[in-house]
Design a protein around this ligand. Structure first.
Ligand SMILES: Cc1cc2nc3c(=O)[nH]c(=O)nc-3n(C[C@H](O)[C@H](O)[C@H](O)COP(=O)(O)OP(=O)(O)OC[C@H]3O[C@@H](n4cnc5c(N)ncnc54)[C@H](O)[C@@H]3O)c2cc1C
Length: 294
């Protein structure tokens, strides 16, 4: 693929392939880091919920890029988008190498990829995140609060929903990036499995409590471990609440060529078919997903 090509393999017209430089690396939580890459073209185009493929140039193991969701766009003093932030948990080959990346190091990035979250709706938007699944929700929050515009041309969020983020992790030391979320305009509720911070229990308890004891949300967005997202989708279906799910299906190419990331989708005629998480997702309406036997 040509480094300067605006179109990876001609399949995703808005994506760019670039060699970006690391601007900074910050520890966010246990085994969890935030990387900032200098890449104005990608920063200008990307929308909340979209992702990009990351590779270490010259590395053959792993050979393929790895997908990471946008945490936020970094802007210069004039407000121009110059960089992209993403959070990552150290789990395997590439993420173990990423920990050693330092300012100035070259990184291969390709994006923006995927559909992202729709524009903010009216009413009450509740985001439910588990673990590193919180990363797409900072940009969603900033857009919904009118603090930042994303995309090229920048999309204008007409709606100003009431915003709640229910964020769960196993333990307090795995809660990443809480301080990055705006203190004003967002109702942030935290749960930990071991009770070391916030509610002692699952993040879905927070959603159940909100639906039962307050008013039902207008829309739910969720990202995190699949069992958590399935539980969120079930609650949404039970209470007839619209819900969008951001999948983290492992993928190889990221732009629709290899079909390694297909997921089962219900069709309107009651049948099912496969859809590629990288191009038709990663965000899907919850009711379209075939949760059993995934
Ligand atoms: C659209 C999308 C957005 C993502 N955004 C983020 C993000 O913002 N932050 C983040 O930390 N991660 C994110 N992920 C997951 C991330 O891509 C993987 O953690 C990463 O590929 C691991 O690469 P590795 O080379 O370190 O691990 P590998 O060596 O490839 O794998 C190590 C281990 O992790 C498991 N693994 C690999 N990928 C996944 C996965 N997707 N889900 C569950 N287990 C996996 C493997 O089965 C293996 O056991 C996202 C995934 C997708 C599809």
């Amino acid at each position: 693929m040509d480094e300067a090509s605006p179109t990876p393999a001609g399949l995703v017209p808005t994506a760019v392939q670039r060699t970006a430089r690391v601007i900074e690396q910050v520890e966010m939580a246990r085994d969890t880091f935030r990387l900032r890459l200098e890449c104005p073209e990608l920063a200008k185009r990307i929308l909340p919920g979209q992702f990009f493929m990351v590779r270490e140039p010259g590395l053959t193991d792993p050979l393929l890029g790895r997908p990471f969701a946008l945490f936020d766009v970094a802007c210069d003093s004039q407000g121009e988008p110059v960089g992209i932030d993403f959070g990552y948990v150290v789990v395997g080959k590439l993420t173990r190498r990423m920990v050693r990346w330092k300012p100035g190091d070259p990184v291969s990035v390709c994006g923006p990829l995927g559909n992202g979250f729709p524009e903010p709706c009216d009413g009450h938007l509740v985001m439910v995140a588990g673990g590193i699944g919180q990363t797409p929700f900072l940009a969603v929050t900033r857009e919904a609060l009118g603090q930042r515009r994303y995309g090229d041309p920048p999309r204008t969020a007409a709606a100003r929903p009431e915003l709640t983020l229910c964020y769960g992790a196993r333990s307090a030391n795995q809660l990443a990036g809480i301080d990055s979320f705006p203190a004003e305009g967002l109702d942030l509720r935290v749960a930990t499995d071991d009770g070391s911070h916030g509610h002692h229990g699952f993040v879905t308890d927070l959603l159940q409590d909100l639906i039962t004891n307050e008013s039902a949300p207008t829309m739910i967005y969720t990202c995190g471990p699949e069992p958590m997202m399935e539980a969120v989708a079930m609650l949404a279906a039970e209470h007839d609440i619209a819900c969008r799910v951001s999948l983290e299906t492992p993928m190889a190419c990221g732009f629709g060529a290899c079909f390694s990331c297909v997921t089962r989708i219900r069709l309107d005629n009651g049948q099912w078919d496969y859809r590629r998480t990288c191009v038709e997702g990663p965000v899907f309406p919850a009711e379209k997903l075939h949760w059993s036997d995934r």
